[in-house]
Design a protein around this ligand. Structure first.
Ligand code: AHR
Length: 514
């Protein structure tokens, strides 16, 4: 839990007393109990705009270098993030997806209309086999969202069987005919997506009944064990969580409850530009992001009531900034640029997820390539890594490490009449005993000094990386490659028992303590 308040120390300058704020962080290096699941660092790729088509899949005949149709440059970049899992095929797309359209010889696959995203033709050239190939290339777990909105129980049951069974059956025969002899391992299975909205506009009671039915037939085959994730609420819809959690109490059918929350500053009709914004939007976006903590706490409190042993994970399988699309691009493709502000938002969210890792077992930023808060943008054969990409790269040190409890006392960042805590942190220790601390300074004007006390560990050296830029809206573009990228950080010093960190304005730092 992060505790926030001011400390004022009187300082005498030219005979006059002046109040100087001191920011203090205590890290209890010997009190860590909970693992930060690597799945908190998960990703999401939907059949939406140019995420799959163009961003990941170019087809085997493309002049863009690819391995069995999947872009080599994108895979190589994503490998640098140690992606633990990838959610697919949606999103709302999953609620209309019929998986049998996406198997077998490509030229026999039917073309359909992607009704949710721009009404474009979906030729199904990227389907089950191609997705599993992508997961193999990325060395990550598959997280598949089944269609409970418009698909049948039989359809979902057969998809699980097709993917994971090694018995003799019509589904396994079909898989083998399509070129895959051995079953795959599929760890995560979503029973629907946003079923209160694009997934069928259901009430939580109706969804719960359906979900029990669909869940029953999604079986464990061979040695594959599915973790079933129920379609959860959006934001502060606590009633949805209450109804689902009450239902699962004695049944043990649910291993995860999904939660979606996007940072949308102002309103859905006027989300603002991803790169052309002033300090008001910077502040508003940060304030809206910080609400994630309250939302997690709200849902966790309900979950604690029905699942005090914390067997069921909270899976925040869609999160991130949602801005207006880039001018001149198809509105249904959700293509937006990505600036330092996105990096700050990613870092704040990841700090919060780390802090609540006892309940938060997975999260998936939306989305991997060319959609919403993307890691990577592509234009034909070109590729650019976004500031958000670099945050995931800096933060991967926390994957599967033990969360270190911390207490932060810091000053506020004030904008007009409103304020938020200026600093935001999380810390962990990995299996080799190395401590990592991630610190975000959201104040775009003020460098802050942070005094850290590391209790319960002997630290003899500190090094680090920093991500910042001159302007709050700096971004990476195809012709201006990598203006916002991490560099070595020299602003942390050990002074006796203390670690003193000079945290520059609008920056993200990850420190390594040995
Ligand atoms: O990520 C874009 C969309 O946002 C997803 O398809 C849907 O689940 C959510 O509303």
């Amino acid at each position: 839990m992060i505790i926030l308040f001011f400390l004022f120390v009187p300082v005498i300058t030219n005979g006059q007393a002046e109040e100087k704020q001191v920011n203090k962080l205590i890290i209890n290096a010997d009190l860590g109990k909970h693992k930060i699941s690597r799945h908190i660092y998960g990703h999401f790729a939907e059949h939406l705009g140019r995420c799959i088509y163009g961003g990941i899949w170019v087809g085997t005949d493309s002049p863009i270098p690819n391995t069995r149709g999947i872009r080599n440059d994108v895979v190589q970049a994503l490998r640098g993030l140690d992606i633990p899992n990838l959610r697919w095929p949606g999103g709302c797309f999953a609620d209309t997806y019929h998986w049998k359209d996406g198997i077998g010889p490509c030229n026999n696959r039917p073309s359909i209309v992607n009704v949710h995203w721009g009404g474009v033709t979906e030729d199904n050239s990227f389907g089950t086999h191609e997705f599993m190939e992508l997961c193999e290339q990325l060395n990550c777990e598959a997280y598949i969202t089944g269609n409970l909105g418009s698909g049948t129980v039989q359809e979902m049951a057969e998809w699980v069987e097709y993917l994971t069974s090694d018995a003799e059956s019509p589904m396994t025969k079909l898989r083998k005919e399509n070129g895959r002899e051995d079953p795959w391992q599929v760890k995560f299975w979503g029973i629907g997506n946003e079923n209160w909205g694009c997934g069928g506009n259901m009430s939580p009671e109706y969804y719960t009944d359906l979900m029990r039915r669909y869940s029953t037939y999604c079986r464990n085959y061979s040695d594959n064990k599915l973790l079933k994730i129920w379609g959860g609420p959006y934001g502060t819809d606590y009633n949805w969580t209450e109804v689902l959690m009450k239902e699962q109490k004695s049944r043990g059918m649910m291993q995860g409850l999904s939660l979606h929350y996007y940072t949308v500053y102002k309103d859905w009709g006027n989300k603002g530009s991803a790169t052309r914004f002033a300090e008001e939007e910077w502040f508003g976006t940060i304030k809206t992001t910080l609400k994630m903590e309250e939302i997690i706490t709200g849902h966790s409190t309900i979950m604690d009531k029905y699942d005090p042993e914390k067997r069921i994970g909270l899976y925040i399988d869609e999160w991130g900034n949602w801005f207006d699309v880039e001018p001149g691009t198809e509105p249904g493709f959700l293509y937006q640029q990505n600036s330092l502000r996105d990096a700050i938002v990613a870092a704040i969210n990841l700090n919060i997820f780390n802090q609540y890792c006892e309940r938060v077992k997975m999260t998936n930023i939306a989305q991997t390539v060319n959609v919403l808060q993307a890691m990577i943008l592509t234009r034909n054969e070109k590729m650019v890594l976004t500031p958000s990409y670099f945050v995931f790269k800096m933060y991967k040190v926390h994957q599967d490490a033990i969360l270190l409890p911390s207490e932060l006392k810091c000053e506020d960042y004030q904008f007009g009449e409103e304020k938020v805590p200026a600093l935001n942190v999380s810390a962990s220790v990995n299996k080799d005993g190395i401590i990592h601390i991630s610190v975000v300074n959201v104040n775009p004007h003020k460098n802050l000094k942070l005094e850290c006390e590391i209790r319960g560990a002997k630290v003899s050296s500190v090094s680090g990386e920093i991500l910042t830029s001159k302007e709050i809206n700096a971004f990476n573009d195809f012709d201006l490659k990598e203006r916002v990228f991490p560099v070595k950080f020299n602003g942390a010093k050990l002074k006796g028992e203390k670690l003193i960190v000079d945290v520059p304005a609008k920056s993200i730092i990850t420190l390594e303590l040995n």
